[in-house]
Design a protein around this ligand. Structure first.
Ligand code: ZN
Length: 413
């Protein structure tokens, strides 16, 4: 999916604005002597932008439009160091809502739906993105925000919510609560729009069957509007993204070279019309691929495959490169275990150790199951982990992102 002439024209508009604003990317373009581009090759030679560049611009160094045109800021959570502040113009806010409305439509949601929104409202982009999209569509938004599961379930029943917007871990928690209370027949949900983290097919099945809903993966990141720049459809063949607003390329995360459609690599995004804080060739560190060909659903927008993880999730254990998704795939083959797991890596007696915690119900032989899982991991990855089987419900569930990999090697130094 190489950049089109039309998209190049839009990029040139952003290049001009960035040079005028003289921010980090404008300076980079000037240093490279670039005023505009005219070919795919020239585009692919433009410098990348990185999260660190955005952090260095704190607080308002990314602002590219006039301050009088900025109507709002959002901020990424910033777990390490300074946060990133993204300014939005009124047009940016509206463009985002238009994309989000499209997402709801691709999922078959209409203005007769009642949309129950559990992601947080505030500095980050989640809740308000779901809200503006719902209003743009003309549906009824129920702006719950996170937490207070008791109240969530009460409102869900009283308001007869038809669409659940949440993270996968919170959807799982709600599913378990609905089952525990035996209130499935009082829940009117039909669809779930689930965002912000990678989740297994097993977890999908648990939620989808537990709540009796169809599920859709929504994609987005604060640096690029927020959630709502792409969504999966009923065919479940990747997420349609809106190439009139963003251009996506896939690169080799080590060499930075562009990869052809169908090959897995790092997702790099260019905003084509964003005014407040345009980004060119922004490295997301998300791992995915462009799905080749067209979707049987008939939607013409191109597709990005499910996010398989982060390029920085790669763990080096005993000299072997391991992705958490590989472990997850192995665990999915065991029907006895739940969708929850935890990986702990530590350095004991001079060697790396990987411990895998999995949950099961009480009806199987824990030791025998642990051995079978350890053997399977050894046959795929090449070394034997320590597998601990625990009772279902013991591993932590979270309303936000569940941390599944804990690397203790670096805490000990
Ligand atoms: Zn489709």
């Amino acid at each position: 999916m190489r950049i089109t002439e039309e998209q190049i024209k839009l990029v040139n508009g952003r290049i001009k604005a960035l040079i005028e604003a003289d921010n980090f990317y404008g300076k980079r373009l000037k240093a490279a002597g670039v005023n505009e581009i005219s070919t795919v090759e020239e585009f692919e030679k433009l410098p990348f932008s990185e999260k660190a560049d955005l952090r260095d611009a704190y607080p308002l160094g990314l602002m590219t439009a006039k301050e009088s045109d900025i109507v709002r800021i959002h901020s990424s959570s910033g777990t390490t160091g300074k946060p990133v502040i993204i300014p939005y113009t009124a047009k940016d806010v509206d463009d985002w809502a238009i994309m989000f409305k499209r997402c709801y439509e691709i999922a078959g949601i209409t203005n007769m739906d009642r949309i129950h929104i559990t992601p947080g409202y505030g500095l980050w982009t989640a809740g308000i993105g779901f809200q503006n999209g719902a209003e743009k569509l003309g549906a009824m938004a129920i702006p719950m925000g996170p937490g207070n599961t008791e109240k969530q379930l009460q409102m869900m029943q009283d308001m007869k919510s038809t669409v659940l917007c949440s993270t996968s871990s919170y959807a799982l928690l709600l599913t378990e609560e609905v089952e525990k209370r035996g209130i499935k027949d009082k829940i009117f949900l039909k669809k779930g729009i689930i965002g912000s983290e990678r989740w297994s097919d097993k977890m999908k099945k648990t939620i989808s069957e537990g709540l009796g809903i169809s599920l859709y993966d929504i994609y987005g990141l604060t640096e690029i509007y927020g959630p709502g720049i792409g969504i999966s459809c009923d065919e479940n063949t990747g997420m349609h993204y809106f190439d009139d607003y963003i251009y996506i390329e896939i690169i080799n995360p080590v060499t930075g070279e562009n990869l052809p459609d169908g090959e897995w690599g790092e997702v790099v995004i260019t905003t084509l019309v964003k005014e407040g804080a345009p980004l060119i060739r922004y490295r997301t560190h998300d791992l995915s691929r462009i799905v080749p060909g067209s979707c049987p659903c008939g939607c013409e927008f191109p597709r990005l495959d499910t996010i398989m993880g982060r390029t920085d999730d790669m763990m080096k254990i005993k000299g072997v490169n391991v992705f958490p998704s590989q472990i997850e795939e192995i665990l999915q083959k065991f029907p006895e275990v739940s969708s929850e797991y935890q990986i702990r890596i530590s350095h004991l007696d001079g060697k790396d150790t990987m411990r895998i915690y999995v949950e099961t119900n009480g009806t199987v032989d824990f030791l025998e199951l642990a051995k079978r899982i350890a053997d399977r991991v050894k046959s795929v990855i090449g070394f034997t982990p320590l597998v601990k089987v625990v009772e279902e419900g013991v591993l932590p569930r979270s309303e936000k992102k569940t941390k599944r990999v804990i690397d203790e090697r670096y805490d000990e130094v």
